[in-house]
Each structure stands twice: as structure tokens, then as C-alpha cells.
Write a protein that binds this ligand. Structure first.
Ligand code: PHE
Length: 447
């Protein structure tokens, strides 16, 4: 049976952008920017995205497309069967951990989307009522579990259909919709009276806030946002046609991801400030602050529906990419059928996710490394495992693969002369700059 693949350039692009654009853009980026010096942070973020993350993205792309295999087999075959394959296995296991807790948050967005349909956010409730509503929901046992199940099941149903007919089709419809919704909310948000304070919070440069910690936060965010170090881009790249231009696809994904993050910030922060609130980070921002804001603004009930729909779609186009990494592995290496692989992975992620979900309620007394189980998985995967995965991938491409092979894949056998011209610089970035920068920034973030 021939291997499934993306059917078009646009399809491959929206699928990759779909993986990149996710909860990270909507609830982490706007807050990080505001906290860490506004436009000054954005400049650092852009520099790191293009100097460090883009070469890593391209490295994953090269490995995936060269091998046309799942991440494990890609590392194994391209290294002539060496121990590097365990790195491949590592990049398959990590997204499963992330998917487990990501799907809990995905479940919360399902819950809030349903709440917004019943117009829970139009009554002008107090801020503390919104905080209580959220904590009551996450700490209960069944409602979040049910929503987590629904979200994971939907992820599975899209993936089971395949690359071209499942992942690609879904992304083709949903990604443009997502952009349209968030742009519409951004336009609405900046026209609210008092919106300027939010724009100042986001975009006023404050270079005094740029220290080692802020730089480490920017790099961590850029990794997470571009889905790096997880085998995801590698797996998607293995379904991309040999004729496509790796440089173009990678840059276009990175640019869309950045644009989306900026638009999301512009949609969220001006509205928050217009109602005189200090933004929170993470779940608090999206599930406590914003519902309160929706309750205050004209047409807020409708905006709430749009926003939670966007949150859900953004989460789904990312979660399908996480699941596909392991599905490809089980199908190609363990001879499972696609549906069999999906069912096995559903069970694993459901159980781990259920534990994460319960860690806000019945299991909240269980602490690991000073936080609940959910925080532990989040910190471990997004701060440590992802950095490690990215580091190992660039080391693999820069030091284990042959330079001529990387050149050949990056330039489509020399056919793309523009890529051939920049290859020298790219190679230095992959071989020296990226590994050293990752290590240096990682250490400086710990200090
Ligand atoms: N990039 C996604 C986001 O911003 C998260 C993600 C991480 C997706 C790893 C796939 C793999 O939310």
C-alpha cells in the first residue's frame, strides 16, 4: 500500500500552520509579551524564531522529508541503524504526554463553548463569580473528564481518516476560519473605548526587562509555538511532496504562527484593559478574565462564542498533529491498522489525561516538584523535553547526517538555486549556532 501524503502545497502548509498555531499563541504569547517588555520582547522573540527556531524547523523538515518515514524510522534509517533511533522514539513519546494534558484544556474549551451557547457570559457577572465558575468546573470530576473524552475522540476521528482526507481537509477549512475569527475579534477589540492601554501593554518597548530569564522564556515559547522537538514537524514533513520548497514551507509556517500570535494579542489585551483588568496568565486569562470581559462588552455573548470556537479549533489542529506522530510509528513499525493505532493511543492518552484532569479536583493533594500533576507534565514537557528534543535534532542533522545529503534535500537536488545560495549560512546555524544557543539559553534560564 502506498503511503498517504498531503494532496497540495496549500494543504501541507495549513496543516503545518495548524500544528503551530494553538493554545500557545492564544494564552501564553500575549501574556508573556506584556510581562517581559512588550515590543522589546517581540523583537527578541522574532530574532530567536528566525535565527534559532527556523533552522531547527528546517532540520526536522529535512529529516522527515528525506526519510518519508515516521520519526523513529527516520532517525534509524538516516543514521544507518544506529542508536539515534532512540532519539526518534523519544520524539514520539513526548507529544503523547503533551497531547494528554492538552486534551484536558481542549476539553475545557468545549465546556466553555457550550457555556457560551447558553449565554452564560452576558449577565455582567462579577470577576470573582467567573473565577469560581472556572474553579468549580476544573475541580469537579465528571464534567471535565467528559469534555476531555470528547476532545480526544474528535482528535482521533480526524486522524483515523488519514492525512489527505482527514488532517489536510480539516485544516483547510478550519485554519482560514480561525484567522478570520481572530482578526474580527481583534478589530472589534481595538475599537473599544480604553483599548489603547492594552496596545501599550503589548507593544510599548521596555528593554530593561530583557534579561536571561526573558530570553529563555522567549525561546521556550518559540519552541512550543512552532511545535519543535516533538517529532511533529518531522512527521508532517514526511508527507510533503519532494517537489515542494522546504525553505518556503518552513518560513511560511513560522510567519503565520507569528502573525497569529500578534493578532491574538491584539484581540485579547485591548479588550482586557478596556475593562480595567490586569491580565492573568495561562488558563486564568482565557477562562476567568475573558469570560468576565465578554460579560461586560456589547455583543459579548456572540464574541464569546466566536472566541471559544477559535480556541477549540486552534487546539484541535494542534492535537491532531501530536497524535499523528505516534500513529505513523505504530502503523509503520508495529503493523497496526490506522484505526487500531488510534484506539491504542486514545486509551493511553485518555488515562494520562484523566489523571491530569483529576489533579485539579480529587487528586489535587498529589504534588510533584511543587505543583499538581498537570503542572508537572506541562513544565517537564514544554521546558525540558522539548528543548532536549530540539537540541538532539539539530545535532543529528548538523553532525550525523552528511552535509551533501542535507544540501540535496534542502535544495531539491540543487534545483532551487535560492536555497543553494543560503545553504552555507543555514549549515553554520544548524551545526554551531543553534546547539550552542540552546544550551546557553537553557542554562541562563536556570540561573
Ligand atoms: N504549537 C502548539 C501550540 O502553540 C502546540 C504543539 C506542540 C503542537 C507540539 C504540536 C506539537 O499550542
Amino acid at each position: 500500500m502506498s503511503r498517504d501524503s498531503f494532496g497540495s502545497r496549500f494543504g501541507a502548509l495549513v496543516a503545518m500552520a495548524g500544528s503551530a498555531v494553538g493554545l500557545g499563541n492564544l494564552w501564553r504569547f500575549p501574556y508573556l509579551v506584556g510581562e517581559n517588555g512588550g515590543a522589546a520582547f517581540i523583537i527578541v522573540y522574532i530574532l530567536l524564531s528566525f535565527l534559532i527556531c527556523l533552522p531547527i524547523f528546517i532540520s526536522e523538515f529535512v529529516v522527515g522529508r528525506r526519510s518519508q518515514k515516521n520519526a523513529y524510522a527516520a532517525f534509524r534509517d538516516l543514521s544507518g541503524g544506529s542508536a539515534w533511533r532512540w532519539v526518534g522514539l523519544f520524539t514520539i513519546i513526548v507529544p503523547l504526554i503533551v497531547l494528554s494534558y492538552y486534551s484536558v484544556i481542549g476539553g475545557w474549551s468545549v465546556d466553555y463553548l457550550l457555556k457560551s451557547f447558553t449565554f452564560s457570559f452576558t449577565g455582567g457577572e462579577s470577576q470573582s463569580a467567573m473565577a469560581t465558575m472556572f474553579s468549580d468546573m476544573v475541580s469537579s470530576t465528571w464534567a471535565p473528564l467528559l469534555a476531555h473524552t470528547g476532545f480526544l475522540l474528535t482528535t482521533m476521528l480526524i486522524v483515523v481518516v488519514g492525512i489527505k482526507d482527514g488532517i489536510e481537509k480539516f485544516s483547510k477549512v478550519m485554519m482560514p476560519l480561525l484567522f478570520v475569527i481572530v482578526i474580527a475579534i481583534a478589530i472589534y477589540s481595538v475599537t473599544l473605548p480604553g483599548a489603547k492601554a492594552g496596545l501599550d501593554y503589548l507593544f510599548n518597548p521596555d528593554f530593561s526587562k530583557i534579561n536571561g530569564e526573558a530570553i529563555a522564556a522567549a525561546l521556550g515559547q518559540a519552541f512550543f509555538s512552532l511545535s519543535l522537538g516533538f517529532g511533529t514537524i518531522m512527521t508532517y514533513a514526511s508527507y510533503v511532496d519532494k517537489k515542494e520548497n522546504i525553505m518556503f514551507q518552513s518560513t511560511a509556517t513560522a510567519v503565520s504562527d507569528l502573525m497569529f500570535a500578534l493578532i491574538a494579542g491584539t484581540a485579547i489585551m485591548p479588550a482586557v484593559f478596556a475593562f480595567g483588568i490586569n491580565p492573568q496568565s495561562g488558563p486564568g486569562l482565557v477562562f476567568e478574565t475573558l469570560p468576565y470581559v465578554f460579560g461586560q462588552m456589547p455583543a459579548g455573548g456572540f464574541i464569546a462564542i466566536l472566541f471559544f470556537l477559535a480556541l477549540l479549533v486552534a487546539a484541535l489542529t494542534s492535537s491532531i498533529s501530536m497524535l499523528e506522530v505516534a500513529v505513523a510509528y505504530l502503523v509503520e513499525e508495529k503493523n497496526l491498522s490506522r484505526i487500531g493505532a488510534c484506539v491504542v493511543l486514545f486509551v493511553i492518552c485518555w488515562v494520562v489525561g484523566a489523571v491530569c484532569s483529576l489533579s485539579f479536583g480529587p487528586l489535587s493533594h498529589v504534588e510533584i516538584a511543587g505543583g499538581n500533576i498537570f503542572d508537572f507534565f506541562d513544565d517537564l514537557s514544554s521546558n525540558i523535553l522539548m528543548t532536549l528534543g530540539s537540541l538532539l535534532t539539530v545535532l543529528f542533522v548538523g553532525w550525523r547526517l552528511k552535509k551533501t545529503d542535507v544540501y540535496d534535500e534542502f535544495t531539491n537536488g540543487g534545483a532551487i538555486s535560492r536555497n543553494a545560495k543560503i545553504f552555507g549560512v543555514l549549515w553554520i546555524l544548524i551545526r554551531y549556532v543553534c546547539p550552542l544557543a540552546i544550551i546557553a539559553i537553557f542554562i541562563s534560564g536556570l540561573l
